[in-house]
Design a protein. Structure first.
Lengths: 342, 484
């Protein structure tokens, strides 16, 4: 009979990385389902294409670097699903595949894989295609089009390396009341139109595939928080600081700046705050650092939206937050028990 | 007392005056003016420290009394069972000894004697395996078959008649050490250096390690000895009051002690949050008194001495009889144990003889742990004996070992370790530095020296990174390099 020798502790909580990542994927299922219900076949095809391209990119990177197969840790799946949810539903599938490869290769594999990446890979992928395909990424399709389950939005099926197919004829044929082809943030920026709150909560406004329903995102995020798979402080800090900023601007000049609900419920703020800013690998670890990081993202989001050339600011705000995370950690180390005050 | 310590005492809850012992007196000073929040905060304030973890308790057989098992044929008594210099043998090979007779004497002030745990004959004084290494000098005793489990050696003492020096000497003669696991000689702890004065004795009844129940059973079965030992310890250390802190999952132990408390109120009971590592000295002082022991400092700087309940129960039991420490309560538990429970086990009993009787032979590949599962050491051989610091013997089978033998991932910065570390360190950062062998930076920038190796970080790490193990290696490296 043999004796095992190992150093203490001899117990473990039983949690592991794949479990955490798998639950994030579970939490994104309802968001995907809602997106498919809104946008039909095109949304489904986009989510599948982007996720598969992420998995393929990860596997190829594994082969090339000679490391173990890391598909089983589910992190590439999260990247794929999240990336698909940040893209417009009518985004050409081949561009989605490019985004997937860019996300994994440029955002993660180059740095050494999961845990070593400084930026959220899904956002790296999105930033790549935003620069590469500026028109396609701002072409919005109407939700709840009558033909959505029987035919693709024409632009989805664009041939690789071709300019996206024109969707205006399809939009005209599938006319939905009130559809203008612009997001609530863009409509405020260019027309000063205030979207009704209920549309933004329930997902009737046009937007990227996963960011339409603030309410659904919140429920899915609460699941992860309840199961302790997500740090609740980050979304609270992001949304809280964005809210204070938006409220301040609204008080200062309600003519120029949009009402607070528009800032909170529109665009990717909820998706970003709950599912991207909370990416463990790219957020700080220290208790104070987490608050500072979240607040930085919230403030930057509003500043970019109100004063930048873009209508949407969450993506760059989070990327800047990611870049600042190591610095934040360095200067906000936790207070050591019994430390002497200087 | 240093300036810093006084500062801490003054700054503590309620802004006490200098020299006034913290705690009840300090809190009572607000009499006459009740804060509107005091009622609210008393509802929510729990005697607790920050962070820590909540592992499953795995404590079983709580209703069973402490039992005995058959006497072993052979006892192996290492001369170094305590922190400090090894004891000096008093017996020769072939000599017959009585149960309770001193067989090795203390070698200097930081050392304690060893007593024979059974009637027998000294078979050898030789190098034997022990928990401290493969070859440690030990007295090997062959136990007479007719040996009874009654004490054959005793020199009753009138404790009240002893002066302080005599009391310390009597405690040293009993061979008592900290039974919680550290095995620091008790008399040396009570003999407070002249520059410090002790006002509070903390009696540690937390037993926060999973599986272990020996302290709980002692509190329940031997409360009068515990109180007697606490009073001796208060006299020896000069403390005016004692607080017995017990985790709130063992409230029946508190109730067992309560009827034996002295009427003068000098000994009080306090329930604290059930959490690991509540039984760590610094954490318990924080929970009970709200005081932070300065980093790198000792509780005695704050006027506090901490002792384990097991140590004090045996002090109260042994000292009036003038007997030595020859046996202790050990928890046997884990899937590889057929007869789990708490047992009075003579010191020197080898793991092999215990497992022959209590072990489960079908267990197969296994790990034998001395102490608790969080901080206990794995035994390298079954010939290792139970010594004064052995609080538990756990036998884990393959199923228990699996989660920690799996693959490990890179750190994903989940911050679970930062939120678990009771010392407020950043294990994630320390682990990354350890991976790069940046030991100096770990010590200078990230307070490696404050880590007391409780293992919370490794326990929670979802990447299965052996964090505390790396920190131990880093500390050992820095320690060994220092003299050069």
């Amino acid at each position: 009979m043999s004796i095992e020798l190992r150093p203490s502790p001899h117990l473990h909580s039983g949690r592991d990385v794949p479990t955490i990542m798998r639950h994030v994927v579970y939490a994104l299922f309802p968001v995907c389902a809602f997106s498919i219900w809104q946008y039909g076949l095109s949304a489904l095809a986009l989510i599948v294409t982007v996720t598969l391209s992420c998995l393929a990119a990860e596997r190829i990177a594994n082969r090339m670097s000679g490391t173990v197969n890391t598909l089983s840790d589910w992190s590439a799946t999260i990247t794929g699903v999240l990336l698909a949810l940040t893209l417009p539903p009518a985004f050409p599938l081949w561009m989605g595949a490019v985004a997937g490869f860019a996300a994994i290769w440029l955002g993660k594999s180059l740095f050494g894989g999961l845990g070593h990446n400084p930026f959220n890979p899904a956002l790296v992928g999105r930033a790549f295609v935003q620069a590469a395909f500026p028109t396609a990424i701002t072409t919005w399709a109407p939700a709840f089009a009558p033909q959505r389950f029987s035919e693709f939005i024409p632009s989805s099926l664009t041939l690789p390396f071709m300019v996206p197919n024109d969707i205006s004829a399809w939009v005209a044929a599938n006319m939905v009341d009130g559809f203008t082809g612009a997001t609530p943030l863009a409509r405020w920026k260019f027309e000063h139109f205030v979207y009704p709150v209920e549309d933004m909560i329930t997902g009737a406004a046009s937007a990227s595939s996963g960011e339409t329903s603030a309410l659904l995102l919140l429920v899915c995020g609460l699941y992860l928080i309840a199961r302790k798979f997500m740090d609740w402080r980050i979304p609270v800090a992001v949304v809280g600081s964005a809210m204070i900023m938006a409220w301040g601007f609204q008080l200062y000049d309600a003519e120029t700046y949009p009402p607070m609900h528009l800032a909170l419920l529109s665009g990717g703020l909820m998706l970003g705050a709950l599912f991207m800013a909370t990416d463990m690998a790219t957020s700080p670890v220290t208790p104070m650092g987490v608050w500072v990081y979240g607040a930085l993202i919230g403030v930057l989001t509003i500043l970019i939206r109100y004063f930048g050339g873009l209508t949407e600011g969450v993506m760059y705000a989070i990327l800047v937050g990611n870049a600042a995370a190591p610095l934040i950690d360095k200067y906000l180390q936790p207070k050591v028990f019994g430390a002497r005050k200087k | 007392m240093d300036v810093i310590v006084e500062e801490i005492l003054v700054k503590g809850k309620g802004g006490r005056e200098k020299g006034n012992p913290p705690g009840r007196e300090g809190r009572a000073e607000g009499a006459g003016w009740t804060s509107p929040f005091s009622l609210l905060s008393s509802l929510f304030s729990k005697k607790d420290f920050a962070r820590g973890i909540h592992p499953a308790s795995y404590k079983g057989g709580l209703d069973q009394p402490i039992r005995r098992m058959p006497f072993p044929r052979k006892l192996v008594l290492p001369l170094a069972q305590h922190i400090g210099k090894p004891a000096t043998p008093l017996v020769a090979v072939g000599q017959e000894v009585l149960r309770g007779q001193p067989i090795a004497s203390a070698n200097g002030p930081l050392s304690v004697p060893i007593h024979a745990p059974a009637d027998g004959v000294v078979e050898a004084i030789a190098l034997q395996p022990s928990a401290r290494g493969a070859w440690t000098e030990s007295i090997v005793l062959r136990v007479f078959e007719a040996s009874v489990q009654e004490m054959g050696w005793s020199q009753p003492l009138d404790i009240d008649a002893l002066d302080h020096a005599q009391l310390i000497a009597a405690i040293q003669a009993s061979g008592l050490v900290g039974l919680g696991g550290a095995a620091f000689p008790s008399h040396a702890k009570f003999d407070v250096p002249a520059q410090h004065s002790v006002h509070t004795l903390i009696v540690n009844g937390c037993e926060c390690e999973p599986y272990l129940t020996c302290d709980y059973k002692l509190m329940r079965e031997w409360p009068q000895d515990l109180i007697a030992g606490t009073r001796i310890a208060m006299r020896a250390s000069g403390a005016q009051r004692a607080v017995i802190g017990v985790e709130d999952n063992k409230l029946d132990a508190l109730e067992a002690i309560r009827p034996h408390l002295p009427a003068d109120g000098s000994i009080t009971l306090q329930a604290v949050a059930t959490k690991y590592p509540q039984g760590a000295e610094k954490m318990l002082i924080k929970s009970l008194l709200g005081l932070d022991v300065p980093a790198g400092g000792l509780p005695v700087q704050l006027g506090i001495v901490v002792n384990n309940v097991g140590t004090l129960a045996l002090l109260g039991r042994l000292l009036p009889q003038g007997q030595g420490l020859i046996e202790r309560v050990v928890t046997l538990a884990g899937p590889g144990i057929k007869r789990p429970g708490d047992y009075w086990i003579p010191l020197g009993t080898t793991l092999r003889s215990i497992l022959d009787w209590a072990g489960n032979p079908e267990c197969g590949e296994r790990e034998v742990i001395l102490g608790g599962p969080m901080m206990g050491q794995a035994a390298s051989s079954l010939d290792i004996p139970v010594t004064k610091g052995t609080s538990g013997i756990l036998v884990f089978d393959k199923r228990m070992l699996e989660p920690i033998t799996q693959h490990s991932w890179a750190c994903i910065h989940c911050s679970e370790c930062v939120n678990a570390c009771p010392m407020g360190l950043n294990p994630s950062q320390l682990g990354m530095l350890a991976g790069k062998l940046e030991f100096d930076e770990m010590a200078q920038q990230y307070h490696l020296g404050d880590c007391f190796e409780c293992g919370c970080c490794t326990y929670v790490c979802p990447s299965h990174i052996p964090l505390v193990q790396q920190f131990r290696a880093a500390k050992a490296f820095l320690r060994e390099r220092k003299p050069l």
